[in-house]
Design a protein around this ligand. Structure first.
Ligand SMILES: Nc1nc2c(ncn2[C@@H]2O[C@H](COP(=O)(O)OP(=O)(O)OP(=O)(O)O)[C@@H](O)[C@H]2O)c(=O)[nH]1
Length: 217
């Protein structure tokens, strides 16, 4: 259903039917925490999904998700980047494309694959040969000047998640200003504040994914 509308016409994607969504962002911003929070909501909405994680030289994020009890461990695949994380989500996403294809072969009917990048910097972006749509996660503890630095990740992503909003008062961040700056530099593209400890904003993120790539509202 979604294939006909894909931005990319990469041969490696031919025959694929699951929508592919990237989740990138700086180290520790909450990418794995976001996936952990998304899982129960996706399950409640009967969305058939799987996850591909990327780590530098380990499978730590995949193991964390497999151990979480939130998801069938077989639905979590790990890619070891062995280099800067953006290499395998942008320059040469072959390993990730193969991991997605392998999940689709094992789980016919898969609707959605989430690709978690390893923690990177503000210049990190996803290749549209790999994903249809992507999320960039920053957090307030990284400083309220991050949006004003206009990193490519923050500017180009389809959805910007500003996480750890609960920490704003503790790290001297003016959250309203940070969100206003983020919205200003992104123009009409969406920004969603989240607190993944309490679940604030998670339903809105699933709504955005559903509307953008699953065509569910
Ligand atoms: N207070 C607070 N802590 C959070 C929130 N989201 C994540 N954390 C914490 O932030 C830390 C990093 O979260 P992760 O989900 O591991 O971050 P990550 O982006 O996957 O990290 P890397 O994969 O190492 O880049 C953990 O200790 C989380 O518990 C939040 O909304 N509020």
């Amino acid at each position: 259903m979604f294939h006909a509308l894909r931005v990319s016409d990469n041969e490696a994607r031919d025959g694929a039917s699951a929508a592919r969504v990237g989740i990138g962002g700086p180290v520790g911003s909450g990418k794995t925490a976001l996936i952990e929070a998304l899982i129960p909501v996706l399950q409640r909405r009967n969305i058939d999904f799987a996850v591909v994680t990327n780590d530098l030289v380990t499978k730590e994020d995949a193991e964390r998700l497999r151990r979480s009890g939130l998801i069938d461990p077989a639905r979590v695949s790990a890619v070891e980047a062995g280099a800067c994380p953006h290499t395998v989500i942008r320059e040469d996403p072959t390993l990730n494309i193969a991991a997605g294809d392998e999940l689709e072969a094992r789980f016919p009917g898969l609707e959605l694959i989430l690709f978690e990048s390893g923690g990177d910097n503000l210049a990190s972006t996803f290749s549209l040969d790999l994903v249809d749509w992507w999320i960039f996660v920053i957090d307030v503890a990284g400083g309220d000047d991050i949006p004003r630095k206009r990193g490519p990740g923050l500017l180009r992503c389809d959805l910007l998640v500003v996480n750890k909003v609960d920490l704003a008062p503790h790290v001297g961040v003016d959250l309203d200003r940070m969100l206003a700056d983020a919205r200003q530099v992104r123009g009409t593209k969406p920004v969603i504040p989240t607190n993944l400890k309490s679940g604030v904003g998670v339903e809105a993120v699933v709504d955005a994914i559903s509307a953008a790539v699953l065509f569910r509202v």
